[in-house]
Write a new protein. Structure first.
Length: 369
């Protein structure tokens, strides 16, 4: 990461304004870790369950966003993804990328993919070789980076899982709230660029931080600006191959009420507990095997575990696993009779769920025809 002065950028440098939901997601996830899931006064996202996510995934968050921030470092490969930056494209990329290309970004792009492949497959002490080569180029490699290379399959699976869970549990609710604001922030920034010029704008976006001497300003052909609500520190820069990508703090462009999150109408006031209750039960009903089991239990009094296994042609262990999920959300009741576990539908819970779902979705009992 680096910052730069505009005086040294050649006159052919092009400036573009863009948006990236994925850069925002990475910044949001990092803030979730740093704040231990307590997002302060971020009351604009009532359905984003950050604290619960942190509690569920604390060990993985610490592993990948602790001493060495894999997530922040690997955000650099987002630059090479085609627009628009969607989560599905990110997962597709990770699914097809080679280990050496992934490690190319993890190691800070000091070594080429081929050099990394040679180090890891054709040397007696591959990790020492990687460290030696990066150090000789003036870079630094952390022990956590080398651990990732050594345990590539496991670590990549864990990191991908963390990203997927964060996207589905938290960020998917944040994205639609911020999406119109990214565009508005860029519109405001574009107007200021025309009025003040790129030099003053960039200095302001980078908070007048000291300028490192090593930044290759004269080679810069493209400067691309991305707004972010969660970015921390106040800006992130990714450069290389004549391009500079700046993820800037969009609060620079949030002075007007129309850009303020506090003025953004989400549409309704959510009851977080009610929504969580509905979501948990809906999730338990999303598997067809469990629906079949509920149907069997509803149509026969005191249904036995072995009977369900026989009728569904699955193992007793599988039936037991699904039953546990249904018991967790209180949809079935279990008791023991004559040495057998028997099951019944919890009709009160079913009625409660259906009633709350209708109320939440404003479904009327009678509709005008």
């Amino acid at each position: 990461m680096a910052v730069y002065t505009m005086e040294e950028v050649n006159q052919h440098c092009k400036v573009e304004l863009s948006t990236s939901s994925l850069f925002e997601m990475m910044a949001c996830l990092r803030k979730c870790y740093v704040s231990s899931g307590k997002m302060g006064d971020e009351t604009h996202f009532p359905v984003a369950r950050f604290e619960k996510f942190f509690q569920q995934h604390e060990s993985l968050l610490k592993k990948f966003y602790g001493r060495y921030e894999y997530g922040a470092q690997l955000a650099e490969f987002l630059v090479d993804l085609p627009a628009p930056h969607t989560f599905s494209k990110l997962m597709e990329y990770i699914g097809r990328v080679s280990p050496y290309e992934f490690l190319y970004y993890l190691f800070g792009r000091y070594l080429s993919e081929k050099e990394i492949e040679i180090c890891l497959t054709q040397t007696d002490s591959p990790l020492d070789e990687v460290r030696s080569k990066i150090t000789s180029l003036g870079g630094f490699v952390d022990d956590e980076q080398l651990e990732f290379a050594q345990n590539y399959g496991q670590y990549l699976q864990e990191l991908t899982y963390l990203w997927e869970q964060f996207y589905r549990q938290c960020y998917i609710h944040v994205e639609p709230v911020l999406s119109p604001l990214w565009s508005q922030a860029n519109e405001r920034l574009n107007a200021e660029l025309n009025e003040l010029g790129i030099e003053k704008i960039v200095r302001r976006l980078l908070y007048d931080y000291p300028i490192p001497e090593q930044f290759p300003t004269k080679e810069t052909k493209l400067i691309k600006l991305y707004p972010s609500y969660f970015v921390s520190p106040k800006f992130i820069l990714v450069w290389g191959l004549g391009e500079l990508h700046i993820i800037y703090d969009m609060r620079h462009c949030m002075n007007e009420k129309k850009l303020s999150l506090s003025g953004y109408q989400i549409g309704m006031k959510y009851d977080e507990g009610r929504l969580q209750y509905i979501a948990d039960i809906s999730k338990s009903l999303s598997e067809i095997v469990r629906m079949k089991m509920l149907s069997l239990i509803a149509n026969k009094e005191k249904m036995k575990l072995q009977e369900m296994a026989n009728q569904l042609n699955i193992t007793v262990a599988t039936v037991s696993r699904h039953l546990n999920l249904l018991k967790q959300v209180n949809l079935i009741m279990e008791q023991k009779e004559n040495g057998y576990h028997v099951y019944e539908i919890n009709e009160d819970e079913i009625q409660k769920y259906c009633s709350m779902l209708k109320e939440t979705l404003c479904v009327k009992k009678e509709r005008e025809r």
